[in-house]
Design a protein around this ligand. Sequence first.
Ligand SMILES: [Zn+2]
Length: 236
Amino acid sequence: MEIMIGRDANTSQLRVSTGLQSKLLGAPGSVPNTVSRQHCTLTINEKGEYVLKNIKVQNTTYVNGMLIQSKVVTDSDTIELGPDRYRLDWNALRLFIPKTVDITHLKKICEEYDQEIMELKKNRERFQILRGVTGVLTPIALFAGGIYSFFNPGERGPQNIVYWTLLTIIVIIGASLFIKALKECGTFDEQIKKVQEKYMKKIVCPNCHKFLGFNGYSYIAQQYDACQHCKVKFKK
Ligand SMILES: [Zn+2]
């Protein structure tokens, strides 16, 4: 959708129109003749940005004092039309700004988020298994030792040295793996947090840049027709 901005030929008011509606704004005679009847347009691009375009070469359009042909603008920019620098009121434009933004690009971003989280969870599972194995290994070694001692009471000599050496090795290996697994699990929560922080800046409304949640694209698309924050409509 395109908003056409210009001067009304009869009343010299600001005429702002879209394909659907047209409005005269400001007092009669408030717009100088140097503003053309079709002076510039404002459109909204797929990122939700406003693009101001000077229509004809003989028109002059300024953004923050700079002459432009086409420029992405925000409502903090000062827009002036014609050599007499008629200042455009953003509040007048807001009535016409199409309240729809395309959010289809969020599908891919949400998928990337799921992928990264899934990988982290897989890592965690691997370490949980490792921890489980080491947890089982030590009691088994001790139990085997008990059985051995039971059937060989009072036995002294090389067999016992071999047994105790093996047991010590198993316990040391088990303990070190256990500590490693514990450490990895601790960093896991941090890693998840980091990924979430990264995507909280990406899974956002293209209009107000506020976070839309981690529930996935289909959830956003099904649940919301508009942004909960700025009420802009979503094109899905
Ligand atoms: Zn929004």
